[in-house]
Write a protein that binds this ligand. Structure first.
Ligand code: NAD
Length: 350
């Protein structure tokens, strides 16, 4: 029987994960849902944000759904023991190299966008961001003393053929199930790693995915096009750094942070890591004000990408749509529903 591991974590994490539990109980009663300690609460209890017990449970599950980690109370924890370090360690250990971040506009929320509603109405694009390589992990890195009162900070942007190919493959496969179009974003005009990125994607396309439409786009132009005419995009594949920035901008086109799910996938057959893109929201934690839809939609992605339950995923998307069309709104969406009441609205629609 399939297992979903919940890692509620810190702040609003436990509140939004509680709603995922309720939805799972109704939608997929045969799914085994387990829970483990993780993040700042784990540091307090065990001196580490990611215990071996939690890591082993994650590696043995079919899908892992995380709430959020972090908060001001752990600001002074040693750098390698901070909740956020536990998150990077989990991603690395699970080898989830492709980060899928959709920007999807729910019709009922088209007016909540910072762009004109006609620009975002019907928007449905998805980023594939390379997640475990590039400048966030490249060596050497550091801050060195130049001895004359000056210092030099440096990082290394590095990609291998294999790292680019596996991210590209995820993007082309995704596109085949969507509108069959991939944009590959890099800075091949000024970066060697960007040039290699472009060559590898071009070769992979020619060799295995000639049926998919491919367009190369410079990352700066991609930023501009995302706010000018975002509906031209279907799948965008890009590196860790550009993906971090561009996907945040794209995600916000669709409204609140409380609406946005994500998935991190590794090799086929390995568990995926699913998480709302928001943080632990210490300002509203414990007050029942958090919007649980980002977490619930992360569960929807887990059903689709790791648990092979497409029909249930479709039912859940429809239920969220119906709840929003019926006027269900938490405070971040301009309404007054509590976290549990938003969960009730989704359950009623289910
Ligand atoms: P945040 O995402 O926690 O909050 C930003 C703002 O959005 C806050 O005003 C918050 O109230 C609001 N918000 C976030 N999620 C919401 C939801 N579901 N419903 C309604 N409102 C919501 O970002 P932050 O304040 O910059 O970071 C707080 C902590 O979270 C920090 O410790 C940070 O390191 C951590 N963080 C963790 C993750 C993660 O776990 N993946 C991601 C980002 C930040």
């Amino acid at each position: 029987m399939a297992t979903l591991l919940l890692l509620p974590g810190d702040g609003i994490g436990p509140e939004v994960c509680a709603e995922v539990r309720r939805v799972a109980a109704v939608l997929t009663p045969d799914l085994t849902v387990k829970e483990k300690i993780y993040g700042g609460v784990s540091y307090d209890a065990h001196g580490t944000p990611l215990t071996d017990d939690t890591l082993n449970a994650a590696l043995g599950a079919d899908a892992v759904l995380m709430g959020a980690v972090g908060g001001p109370q752990w600001a002074d924890a040693p750098r390698d023991k901070r909740p956020e370090a536990g998150l990077l360690a989990l991603r690395k250990a699970m080898n989830v190299y492709a980060n899928l971040r959709p920007a999807y506009c729910f019709e009922a929320l088209a007016d909540a966008s910072s762009l004109k509603s006609e620009l975002v109405s019907g928007l449905d694009l998805i980023f594939v961001r390379e997640l475990v390589g590039g400048v966030y992990f490249g060596q050497p890195r550091g801050i060195e003393d130049l001895g004359d009162g000056q210092k030099r900070g440096f990082d290394t942007q590095t990609y291998t053929t294999a790292e680019i190919e596996r991210a590209g493959r995820v993007a082309f496969e995704l596109a085949r199930g969507r509108r069959n179009k991939v944009h590959s974003a890099e800075k091949s005009n000024v970066m060697e790693s960007g040039l290699l990125w472009k060559q590898v994607i071009t070769d992979l396309h020619k060799r295995e995915y000639a049926d998919v439409e491919l367009e190369h786009i410079l990352a700066d132009n991609c930023a501009m096009q995302l706010v000018r005419a975002p509906k031209q995009f279907d799948v965008i594949v890009t590196d860790n750094l550009f993906g971090d920035i561009l996907s945040d901008a794209a995600a916000m086109l669709t409204g609140s942070l409380g609406m946005l799910p994500s998935a991190a996938l590794g090799d086929p057959g390995k568990p995926g890591l699913y998480e709302p893109i928001h943080g632990s929201a210490p300002d509203i934690a414990g007050k029942g004000l958090a919007n649980p839809l980002a977490a619930i939609l992360s569960f929807e992605m887990a059903l689709r990408w790791s648990l092979n339950r497409t029909a249930e995923a479709d039912r859940l998307t429809a239920a969220v749509n119906a709840a929003l069309n019926g006027g269900a709104r938490t405070r971040d969406l301009g309404g007054a529903l509590t976290t549990a009441q938003m969960g009730d609205a989704v359950l009623a629609a289910l």
